[in-house]
Design a protein around this ligand. Sequence first.
Ligand SMILES: Nc1ncnc2c1ncn2[C@@H]1O[C@H](COP(=O)(O)OP(=O)(O)OP(=O)(O)O)[C@@H](O)[C@H]1O
Length: 261
Amino acid sequence: MELFDFVELKIVDIIDIFLVAFLFYYLYKLVKGTVAINIFIGIVVIYVIYLLTEALNMRILSNIFGKFIGAGFFALLVVFQQEIRKFLLMVGSTNFTSKKGFLKHFNFLKHDGIGIDTNIDAILAACEKMSIIHTGALIVIERNTSLDFVKHTGDTMNIEINQPIIESIFYKNSTLHDGAVIIEGNKIVATRAILPVSNERTIPLRFGLRHRAAIGVTEKTDAVALVVSEENGQISYMKNGEFVLYNELSDLKNMIIKDLS
Ligand SMILES: Nc1ncnc2c1ncn2[C@@H]1O[C@H](COP(=O)(O)OP(=O)(O)OP(=O)(O)O)[C@@H](O)[C@H]1O
């Protein structure tokens, strides 16, 4: 009986460690590269100082830090409001049964793009072409978070991705060129979608609404976005509410494959 209890405790411990690691992995993914990482480091530093003052029995200081940490939980909810929202969205929209869901983390076949539904070559070839002729484009690719809330602001479609289709959607005289194209798997599921625009003040002023909308949707969901600038033909890639820099288009392709894997 005792042995059974011991084994049971160990299994629970292992599950506990696994879940904590999982939680920290997602927390890290959320705050990585954002200003939130500095706040996170600040909190850790204050907590370490608090532990030190406790250990050294410095009563007044530990009392002050203790009060600060006591109220800290509510402060965290306010400071990390965006990140918590994104985290809950991510957890809530993880589909344990779909092939795009939780199980994909264990799918080793997805390296090098094998197993990715989305025709990234066609999307990038279209972006390259549009970049040369300065045709503006905004393409959002769904990952785990459902994009239904933006899909329904535009026209619902069900078109298999190919290069000419993407180019003709964004062709300046096309009735569909305005707004964003939403991609799910290998299908264009919406055109003319209106995205939430980011209020982030750190976005340089030279970027207008198209870029802000791409940042906005990737801030609020885990989707990734591609923008072709009408002004200068530049192709930008956005993820987690930020521009992701790359050197060559082949690097961008590899990045997208990795992000969709
Ligand atoms: N909220 C939005 N959701 C989807 N598309 C949007 C949104 N806001 C603007 N757009 C698209 O962006 C186009 C205008 O973009 P604007 O010129 O302001 O962007 P930009 O970031 O400066 O890009 P560019 O470099 O192409 O000019 C609109 O015609 C529209 O198609």
